[in-house]
Design a protein around this ligand. Sequence first.
Ligand SMILES: *Cc1c(COP(=O)(O)O)cnc(C)c1O
Length: 387
Amino acid sequence: MIKDKLKKLKDDKIFKLPPVSDGPCEAELILNGKKVINLSSNNYLGFANHPELIKSAKEALDKYGVGAGAVRTIIGNMTIHEELDKKIAEFKKEEAALTFQSGYMANLGVIQAVVERGDLIISDELNHASIIDGVRLSRADKAIYKHSDMEDLERILKEKRKEYNNVLIITDGVFSMDGDLANLKEIVRLAKKYKAYTYVDDAHGSGVLGKNGRGTVDHFGLNGQVDFVMGTLSKAIGVVGGYIACSKEARDYLLNRGRPQLFSTTIMPSAAAAIIKAFELLESSDEYTNKLWDNANYFKKVLKDRGFDLGNSQTPITPLIVKDEALAIEFSKKLLDNGVFTSAIVFPTVPLNTARLRLMPTALHTKEQLDKAANIIYNVAKEMKII
Ligand SMILES: *Cc1c(COP(=O)(O)O)cnc(C)c1O
């Protein structure tokens, strides 16, 4: 059974094993024993190896130990977990928040808990895999609208709204493979008009967009107007975990019916402590987000000036469009040989013939590292006749 499946992956040339990184996630890494410039992490702000987060985690290790001891709803609910939920709600300017073990778990747990048979989920066609899986686990019907196409969304609402009890519109805030933003103002307007609920996955917006990195909802000034604001604690925040920011009522309900809360142990208390510190750093200064945007704008300009197609990104996510699947994989391999680690993103993660390298400049990179990486990318692309 597995043998044939594995063979097919290899025959299709999409089988791969992850490289091994020996040390913390930094702008430069030792990867498979060799020093490379890292353009593949989601460690936007450099928090994954930040001394203040490490210090907070160590203090919490001494106070709480390594494990929470049980699921949250039994005895795994420590003061530090309650404190974290409050911190997230405050930072996101929402009424309440509830932490999950990961962003993936948050989407799985919340979506299936809040809709049921007789409800409809309307989802953007480019939404993240964890949303797709959450939708699959729910008993609601689903409809897909064309990417960010508000006319298509309204068409579905018009046609189907009256057939269903509740309707939930779900979108990524920042689309993870393209870096473009959802048209949240219009989505919220349509939701009000058709009495639908809204759900935004802000995995790539939190710590990046909005005041001091408060996220896409804050960027559009819609605080308190989106019913479910989901985020991850593993990307810009640099640690691990996910959350939903929502009404207090929704939080109380999800603590009882969000299945990952009932059947999976909560995050390490030391992780919770590190995350709280990350939010405190963001609240106290915009130096991290400013550095991120400064580096991202610089890197994108350098690549654009060299003639690369960077798609429609409005955020630090920098897709370098190659189109051909095999060429993108080969390009990424050659770059690694030359000391730059990039991720090749191919079908089915993105539509066929839109293969790309997904480049992630962070607040950690120096301009020299970005220049060096851009030079290597340009030279390899020339040699391969990509440009
Ligand atoms: C990464 C990601 C997730 C999952 O977050 P984890 O905390 O890594 O599980 C969910 N949604 C989107 C859009 C993501 O990019």
